[in-house]
Design a protein around this ligand. Structure first.
Ligand SMILES: *Cc1c(COP(=O)(O)O)cnc(C)c1O
Length: 239
């Protein structure tokens, strides 16, 4: 058991360093500064020891897709590592909004007006507003996310009615396909939506473009991603 744990930790550390290097190289190849792109370790379904191994390797931004799993896993961890950041990247149920707003530093998966309003209600009166990213549905296979730019704009209007929310950017997941042009097209849609939101809502900063996963982060970085969300390439296959 102990030997297995050590091997697993070493594997994660090695993967983390390799992915950091690959992200850096992708930035340079794309003519961008590596400082422009943050690397998130997506730890959903993986044990806390795996999270610790990634943190030891220098990764301090984590993504989880479920509130209860994240709360159970991260509560002690965050006390030990106050510098770590935790974002929600999975679709949120309304009755979990209060817990999510208390636990996460950012909700990247604001995917419908109903959840934007609920997050607004539960963050009312906060000293530090909760950063949120609006999720754009980029294709057939992914179910979550706003359908188009008009819907996104309506969602932003809803958010701006609440003082406790801070719109900070956009998130998307490209369709699962080997067709590079479809993936690239999905990322370009997000960049285009960002330009529209910048014009329509100049009072917000729209800098964060969360796009790119293990299989497509190179393309995402070429297309302007500022945050890539990597699970499998760091932690291995999820159970
Ligand atoms: C699981 C997940 C990821 C990570 O995917 P990998 O292919 O394992 O890198 C990224 N973003 C979201 C929204 C996810 O749900």
């Amino acid at each position: 058991m102990a030997v297995f744990d050590t091997i697993r930790r070493m594997g994660i550390a090695e993967n983390a360093l390799r992915v950091m290097e690959e992200v850096n190289e992708a930035c340079i190849k794309a003519g961008r500064s590596p400082d422009e792109v943050r690397l998130m370790a997506v730890s959903k379904f993986h044990e806390i020891a795996a999270v610790e191994a990634a943190a030891d390797a220098g990764l301090l931004l984590f993504g989880e897709s479920r509130v209860q799993e994240a709360a159970k896993k991260f509560t002690d961890f965050r006390e030990r590592r106050p510098e770590a950041e935790l974002h929600l990247i999975g679709s949120l149920q309304r009755n979990k909004a209060r817990a999510a707003a208390a636990l996460f530093d950012c909700v990247q998966s604001a995917d419908r007006d109903e959840i934007v309003r609920e997050l607004g209600r539960v963050t009312e009166g906060r000293a530090a507003p909760l950063p949120i990213l609006f999720e754009l549905n980029a294709g057939e296979e992914t179910k979550s996310g706003y359908a188009d730019e008009d819907a996104l704009c309506a969602g932003v209007e809803a958010a701006l009615g609440f003082g406790g929310l801070k719109p900070a950017g956009l998130m998307t997941m490209a369709p699962f396909t080997d067709d590079e042009s479809i993936i690239r097209g999905a990322f370009r849609k997000l960049v285009k939506a960002q330009a529209r939101l910048r014009r329509a809502f100049p009072e917000c900063r729209w800098d964060c473009l969360s796009m790119g996963m293990s299989g497509d982060f190179n393309i995402a970085i070429e297309e302007g991603s500022t945050l890539v969300r990597i699970g499998t390439a760091i932690f291995g296959e999820r159970r």
